[in-house]
Design a binder for this molecule. Sequence first.
Ligand code: BV8
Length: 246
Amino acid sequence: MRSSVPERLEPDAGRPVVVLTGAGISKESGLDTFRDLDGIWAKVRLEDVATYEAFVKDPRRVHAFYNERRRGLLNQNVQPNAAHIALARLERDWPGEVLVVTQNIDDLHERAGTTNLIHMHGELLKAECEHCRAVHVWHEDLGRDVRCPGCGRAAGLRPHVVWFGETPLEMERIGRALDRAGLFVSIGTSGNVYPAAGFVAETRARGTPSVELNLEPSEGASLFTRAVHGLASRVVPDFVRDLLAG
Ligand code: BV8
């Protein structure tokens, strides 16, 4: 069995392993991706539901879009899959730091046991108040009539999600981790959305080994040291096993 770990990788516990994940890692848990043929953007235009301008223009439509996805995520059939579980094992058993930076707004990494985690595009199960800036854990439907538990005002709550044209979260912390990374791993992302899609070029410029684990070559596939293509629930556990075996 050919190892999927780049030959040049020395298990250097002093430098973090940085793992970027996208919608593909959650596909086998039953959550839609965005750009697959049956993906979210095949059913609705991102300009109509995933920008602040869309929210101002038609808040009811945007709330309905995220309410449907929130209910879907809270469906008991949606569970972390072997790929999420393998990344939690890597964090537990790797001698150095493992940081998961996810573009996903689901909570499957947390539920699999990952703790060192950044949701750079926000979280579907949180709401933020435009009046008082408070962020609340939120599992119910949102709407303009819903009052903020913090300031008590209505018509201010929005999904705690980064829309197109908005600044992703914790970019400085992500940049510092990429600067120090001993290995960059990208899982289940098509490499279409920036700045996340630019991370592989940033690490390549520093000579950091990188691996793409994806169903098919992403937009940035040629920039990776190594690529393993297949279902995340198969290729990610194999990769973690090989990495931990040194
Ligand atoms: C920013 C939250 C500045 C919402 C998301 C004009 C104006 C302003 C900005 C721009 C502009 N033009 C371009 C931009 C930049 C823009 C951008 O990149 N647009 C794209 C469309 C060109 N980016 C932004 O606006 C970002 N902000 O630029 O601010 C800035 C920049 C730097 C520093 C500071 C400030 C904000 C982008 C965030 C938008 N919000 N999500 C929501 O979820 O509803 S993005 C959305 O796309 C999701 O987060 C998603 O995760 C992300 C990326 O998609 P993927 O995860 O890759 O999913 P996709 O379906 O594409 O691919 C899935 C892959 O999995 C496929 O390759 C498939 O083969 C694979 N797969 C499928 N099944 C499996 C599998 N792999 C393994 N196993 C399987 N079973």
